[in-house]
Design a protein around this ligand. Sequence first.
Ligand code: HEM
Length: 411
Amino acid sequence: MEAEAIIGALMTPEGRGEPYPLYAAARELGAIRKVKDWPMHLCTGYDEINAILRDNAFGKMDFDMLPAEWRGLLLPDGAMESISRSMLLMNPPGHRRVRSLVSSAFTQRRVAGLEPAIERMTDALLDELAALGAGGEPVDFMENFAFRMPVSVICEMLGVPEADRYRFRPLAHDLTFVLELTDSFDDFGPADAATLELRAYFTELAARRREQPQDDLVSAMVQANDAHDGRLSDAELLGNLLLLLVAGFETTTNLLGNGLYLGFRHPEVLGRVRKGEIPVAAYVEEVLRYDSPVQLTSRFALTEDAHVGGHPVARGEQVMLLIGAAHRDPKRFANPDVFDPTRPDNVPLSFGAGIHYCLGQGLARLEGRVAFEKLLARFPEIEQAAEPERRDRLVLRGYETLPVRTGAPAA
Ligand code: HEM
């Protein structure tokens, strides 16, 4: 199969649902391969992806680099423009300025200090799950736990009032469509509508925090914006608040859903985790590797001499980095298609690498560990109640629903 055909297949519902055979076909073409007649390369090798992510000769297609005719098709302040004003799609030096500002409020210490609060929130949500499933009724794990737990945590950090938190799932789902592979902007309507709603919400919340600052991220970012010293423009304030909200739960929701489903598929592994023979943290790492919540990202060559190994990438050309394929690279992982949380030296690329390395990786790993520790202890008999429904997405891979029976809670 040619690279062009593989990319085409990855853009179909079937390819999105089951991308791993297509990744294997892409690997047959080599660790990195130029797509014939397109300004694009397809990269599947772990070492090559890792190297490109860490190489400043490669960067993002930021808003100003978008061809003018594309920009003309985009809604002002819509999904693409908003996300482009966040650090996720910025290049240095702007990226450095915004990232250092947000990370100063998002320290390891702050994240570690959140653990007791995360445990309390998790316990409360497991109480609700127990009540919903008490009569043996199937309960949707995705809506009732996998979404609610991380959205509660990131909203607590941002300072979003409790009453507002559960409305964000459909909005984030719509907004994140802009990260998907698409060959037209015609489908951006729901993403734009969700973005406008979220921007209106955060404009209002920022105004309230401007009046009365609190000890939260929205207040910290509003203060940086108000300093008018060039640290954070109005567009960047909103773009980054939306990014923090959406990145803060959408991917972690999928980590929890993908992880529980893998547990159902591998009951012997789950049994060993329950008995403490496999550390929960190692289980989480293997879920990240085996079915990564982020399957791909892209970089563009920013210089004339960009290359990986001996493979040149001309300035402006795109490299599609198939993280999900890198995780099955036999040069990096022994028996890569086997789900094995005991594998040594397991370093997945699920959080990226280099200057865009996920700001929330410590938080996501903490949430994953607390969630599975508490879930497995609380429901020793939890089981799948029906087939899950997968989200029709390639980049952010996860389930829409995962029906479970909780079984009797542990005494
Ligand atoms: C399992 C959960 C998560 C996964 C798999 C994940 C994955 C990623 C990846 C792959 C990137 C880099 C994208 C690129 O290089 O193109 C990234 C960036 C980012 N993530 Fe996460 N993420 C997760 C959870 C979180 C959480 C909980 C937060 C909390 C706010 C967060 C905030 C961010 C931010 C702000 C960036 C942009 C960093 C930058 O561009 O400098 N993520 N994430």
